[in-house]
Design a protein around this ligand. Structure first.
Ligand code: TPP
Ligand code: SF4
Ligand code: MG
Length: 350
């Protein structure tokens, strides 16, 4: 069967179903270094939201501090945005999303922002299953502060100055799986065909969708000895499967051999299609996901694809049983507990 059924690399129409062009999703001019992986990710975020017909005004962007965290300025200039303190984006996003969960929330962070200073915040965001797309643009270094090793730098990788990293890397995908995240994926900025479908699946997910994107820093971590550069990543990329995405308004046609494509229906009626490659990988099996991630670390490969998927997991919004309106739009009568409820509380306190 042709790749097009998996919607890989399909051409989008000039205008989406809202009558908007891709340029309606663009942002300011990037000030990042030419060739930085982060810009490639911004382009795919623009394309994913445009092709998924998400109104730019219905998007909230969040970030921390770093070259990666600057990127929300370079896409969706018509959307809401909050550039927070270093590593504190999860707390800001949690508050904003609880106040208005009707928006599509997109968080962009860095490996330093998430895995170092913001690790505690990130872990609680995942544990609570706050409904948002959370992208880590992972280059293994603190790009903005001139290329020191981050907590995701591989053991044995070398800085330009010759300094070797003696510490083991932190695998944010494994951490997310362990914390019960219902959507965990790894992409590569040099593979836009795979990334676009991961991003679309993540937007369709009702809960925290975590994507770790290997995003080379061309200025500080793209040399010989680096394990997060373009060349090294291309040579060590190990695809779990081919990913396709079919939106809810399109009919799915699958004529692969039985058992070769896994079709996962998302809560909005869209479908994620996973075509098996060399092995029979079950993305709903957390133990297999952790084993596979660990094996990749030991083998020195870069595992990419949808690592773990549990679309039915309840988001924090469902757990809290929040109304289908932004909390700020509720009037006083709707938010004030009735007299009987207050009297019941008073009786309990006596
Ligand atoms: C509280 C605080 N501590 C330290 C810094 C300095 N600082 C700015 S960005 C950064 C790391 C950025 O690394 P990463 O999140 O990986 O983003 P990248 O630039 O690599 O995309 C650091 C340590 C800061 N701005 N604020
Ligand atoms: S320093 Fe590195 S991460 Fe920052 S913009 Fe330049 S290439 Fe990108
Ligand atoms: Mg970084």
């Amino acid at each position: 069967m042709a790749e097009s059924v998996l919607k890989i690399g399909t051409e989008a129409p000039k205008e989406n179903r809202l009558g908007l062009k891709a340029t309606d999703y663009s942002g300011g001019k990037s000030t990042l270094c030419a060739g930085c992986g982060h810009d490639a990710i911004s382009n795919q975020i623009i394309r994913a939201l445009y092709e998924m017909n998400v109104k730019p005004e219905k998007v909230a962007k969040f970030s921390g501090i770093g070259c990666s965290s600057k990127t929300p300025a370079y896409f969706l200039s018509r959307s809401h945005g909050f550039n927070s303190v270093h590593g504190r984006m999860p707390a800001v996003a949690t508050g904003a999303i609880l106040a208005n969960h009707m928006l599509v929330s997109v968080g962009v962070s860095g490996d330093g922002d998430t895995a170092s200073i913001g690790l505690g915040q990130f872990m609680h965001l995942v544990r609570r299953n706050i409904p948002m797309l959370y992208i880590v643009e992972n280059n293994g270094v603190y790009g903005l502060t001139k290329g020191q090793f981050s907590a995701t730098a591989d053991h044995g990788s070398k800085l330009k100055s010759g300094v070797i990293n003696d510490l083991p890397p932190m695998d944010l995908c494994a951490l997310a799986v362990q914390l019960g995240c219902g959507f965990v994926a790894r992409g590569f900025a040099g593979d836009p065909k795979q990334m676009i479908n991961i991003l679309k699946g993540a937007v369709a997910h009702d809960g925290l969708a975590f994507i770790d994107v290997i995003s080379p820093c061309v200025t500080f971590n793209n040399h010989e000895g680096s394990t997060k550069g373009y060349q090294y990543s291309k040579e060590h990329d190990e695809l779990l499967h081919q990913i396709g995405f079919v939106p809810s308004y399109e009919q799915i046609e699958i004529d692969y051999e039985p058992g070769t494509v896994r079709d996962v229906e998302m809560h909005d009626g869209s479908h994620i299609l996973l075509k098996k490659l060399e092995e029979d990988y079950d993305p709903s099996d957390a133990v297999q996901a952790l084993q596979r991630l660990h094996r990749a670390t030991v083998d020195g490969t870069m595992l990419t694809g949808l690592v773990y998927l549990q679309p039915e997991k309840k988001s924090f919004i469902s757990l809290l049983n929040l109304v289908d309106r932004p909390l700020g739009s509720l009037n006083e009568a709707e938010t004030r507990p009735p007299k009987e409820a207050l009297e019941k509380i008073m009786r309990e306190l006596m």
